[in-house]
Ligand binder design. Structure first.
Ligand code: NAD
Length: 487
């Protein structure tokens, strides 16, 4: 890493058109996950800056609402174009703040662009209905209105992609946003807000206040917030739900998972193994990771052998080294969690690849290799806990019903994966999986913004993506008009 790269990291918060250089929450010393060293500092928002940001968003709301929807569409497209223009810079910021290999860091940027453009398309295609009950002499219709000021709380692994995914639809619906990125990766969303100003968004429509749990708590309990869009962990979501209850603030919760991947005996094993190697993306710190892998006994050994070889061949490395296929975990706490889970799993499973923190030139960063633990049971700690790291566990099964029952025997319900060449089996199993999304034969469940995405059970509620995702930010008003008799 060179010092000129870190100069790309924004050093202020952005409220309205004010760059905030000192804030009441103190100072964040940001540690680069690949070096374990402080690479930048940033003011952290406290309650005072949250008040200021909500006030700015409230002031901007009537202005943004009054814009013709086609103008909002154009503004979102201009922002997407600026993401495109600054793609290399944004991707570099993402690599710096998360440790993701630079050669992969263009996908969160492209993802952000995609979500903003998709949201732009909806901005001028939202409308209400007319409702015919004319027999009662009434004319009825619904009109749509933006919810108001949205609190957008982000986890660290999405950065600008998550900004587009969470803020784009809200902005298209005419809402203004106060974005609180994770204190672990605050820089990408701040840069996105700077670009929103450049794209001609009125000041206050997009505000980004980096901060930790205190700032988050101040934001979600603020009476000026009309809707909360949260991405993160279940325990945090439950705290937010309690705070939100005080103002009855409606919320969307996009939470974690422990997704099942079922490989039947008739599956294309190459496709199943290739899909599993995507554990490298964000070092397995993905909500949708199919980390509970049910594999039919007839192919269990072969699958484990092939997957172990594929994982062992993967190059874990520094983010800006050419050839790096996987980066580090986000911080020491993640390392302790992941290492602890794998260490304890040695008592009941067989570690077939990885399993120990990496040393050598990677010893200063939080590098843990892609890991396979085979032969665990579905009631083991490793099968029940979201590792949020590069750890896959395989569990053998004998028949379809057993696989479905074990897949559903989880507190989570985010995603599911099926590998089978039998199309009838696929369509038999899909409706039986209690998850919000299912990927078949290697398809990604986060295929794009046109598809609704969200979880069930402890994986949350509410949708992002598609019309359903935009409608989360629309308040419908019902209007009933009594028609007079003809005179
Ligand atoms: P986290 O819950 O610790 O933090 C998420 C965000 O909440 C951060 O911005 C944090 O500062 C904020 N926060 C913390 N305490 C708060 C409080 N009391 N009030 C308000 N805000 C508060 O989660 P994390 O470690 O950043 O992310 C990991 C989790 O996110 C995993 O469970 C992962 O599966 C999940 N995730 C879900 C999705 C999805 O779309 N379903 C996407 C990515 C990650």
């Amino acid at each position: 890493m060179t010092s000129d790269r870190t100069s790309l990291l924004p050093s202020t918060l952005l409220i309205g058109d004010q760059r905030i250089g000192t804030a009441s929450g103190g100072v964040l010393e940001h540690i680069h996950p690949a070096s374990g060293k402080v690479q930048a500092s940033l003011p952290l928002a406290g309650a005072a800056e949250i008040d200021q940001a909500v006030a700015a968003a409230q002031a901007a709301l009537p202005i943004w609402r009054s814009w013709d929807p086609s103008e909002r569409r154009r503004a979102l497209i201009r922002l997407a174009d600026l993401f495109r223009k600054h793609a290399e810079e944004i991707s570099t910021i993402h690599s710096l703040e998360t440790g993701m290999p630079f050669t992969q860091a263009d996908w969160p940027t492209k993802w952000g662009i995609d979500w903003l453009e998709d949201a732009a398309g909806w901005a001028d295609k939202l409308y209400g209905d007319t409702v015919p009950i004319s027999s009662q002499g009434l004319f009825n219709y619904t009109s749509i209105e933006p919810f108001g000021v949205v609190a957008t709380i982000l986890t660290w692994n999405g950065s600008v992609g998550a900004f587009g995914m969470a803020a784009g639809p809200a902005l298209a619906a005419g809402c203004t946003v106060v974005v609180k990125p994770s204190e672990l990766s605050p820089f990408g969303p701040i840069r996105a807000a700077e670009l929103a100003l450049e794209a001609g968004f009125p000041p206050g429509v997009v505000n980004v206040v980096a901060g930790g749990p205190e700032a988050g708590e101040a934001l979600v309990s603020h009476p000026g917030i009309s809707k909360i869009a949260f991405t993160g962990g279940g325990p945090t979501a439950k705290r937010i739900a309690v705070s939100a209850a005080q103002n009855l603030t409606p919320s969307i919760f996009e939470l974690g998972g422990k997704s099942a991947s079922i490989t039947f005996g008739d599956a294309d094993l190459s496709a199943a193994v290739a899909h599993a190697t995507f554990v490298s993306v964000h070092a397995g710190q993905q909500c949708t990771l199919g980390s509970r892998m049910f594999v039919h006994t007839s192919v269990f050994e072969e699958f484990n052998d092939r997957l172990a070889s594929a994982l062992e061949a993967m190059k874990v490395g520094l983010p800006f080294d050419e050839g790096s296929q996987m980066g580090p975990l986000i911080n020491q706490a993640a390392m302790d969690r992941v290492h602890g889970l794998v260490d304890r799993a040695r008592a009941y499973g067989e570690v077939r690849a990885g399993g120990t923190r990496l040393g050598g030139q990677l010893s200063d960063g939080y590098f843990f290799p892609p890991t396979l633990v085979s032969g665990v049971t579905n009631d083991s700690e490793l099968a029940r806990t979201e590792v949020f790291g590069p750890v896959l566990a395989t569990i053998p099964f004998e028949d379809e019903d057993e696989a479905i029952a074990m897949a559903n025997d989880s507190e989570f319900g985010l995603s599911g994966y099926i590998f089978s060449s039998d199309i009838s089996r696929v369509h038999r199993v899909v409706p039986k999986l209690d998850t919000g999304n299912v990927g078949v034969n290697g398809a990604f469940v986060t295929a794009g913004p046109t598809l609704p995405f969200g979880g069930r059970k402890q994986s949350g509620y509410g949708k992002q993506g598609g019309l359903a995702g935009v409608m989360e930010f629309i308040n419908t008003k019902t209007v009933t008009v009594k028609l007079g008799d003809p005179s």
